[in-house]
Design a protein around this ligand. Structure first.
Ligand code: FES
Length: 146
């Protein structure tokens, strides 16, 4: 019966949406639906790939102009939570100089999202650690080129 199957699927999707909105708040839910800043970026000025203790990997790509991030992107093979965190980490990096990038911690990412499941908070710390690794590689490259 196609009608009841369609309504079953519709109800299931609605339930998943409701649960996701409840878990991540509106900002996280919208980012889960539309993960902005998904990479990769061609010819980044810096790049890092970090594997978290959960086994998932986060990648961050940065392009800088005049010592400020003009483009940022992330890639992850992790769960929806790491997608949300990678996307917010990339968004928060755009427009920042190295000093300001250092302020993007896991806590800062969680604060920006607003609500986040306790058991998935490590995803934000993985995104921040990867961003900081990309920053540190950029700094090393910059110092070497001086
Ligand atoms: Fe592994 Fe989120 S990064 S569960």
């Amino acid at each position: 019966m196609p009608d009841s199957f369609d309504s079953f699927v519709e109800n299931l999707q609605q339930r998943i949406f409701d649960e996701t909105r409840e878990a991540f708040g509106e900002a996280g839910f919208q980012r889960w639906r539309n993960p902005l800043y998904r990479g990769p970026l061609d010819a980044p000025d810096s790049y890092a790939r970090v594997k978290g203790t959960c086994g998932d990997t986060m990648q961050i790509f940065l392009k800088l102009e005049n010592d400020r991030v003009c483009e940022a992107a992330y890639l992850t093979d992790g769960c929806g939570s790491s997608t949300i965190c990678g996307s917010f980490a990339a968004e928060m990096a755009i427009g920042k100089n190295p000093d300001e990038l250092m302020e993007i911690t896991g806590e800062a990412i969680l604060e920006r999202i607003g609500r986040f499941p306790e058991e998935d908070r490590h995803c934000a710390f993985l995104a921040a650690e990867t961003l900081q690794e990309a920053l540190s590689r950029y700094m090393v490259k910059t110092v070497k080129n001086v």
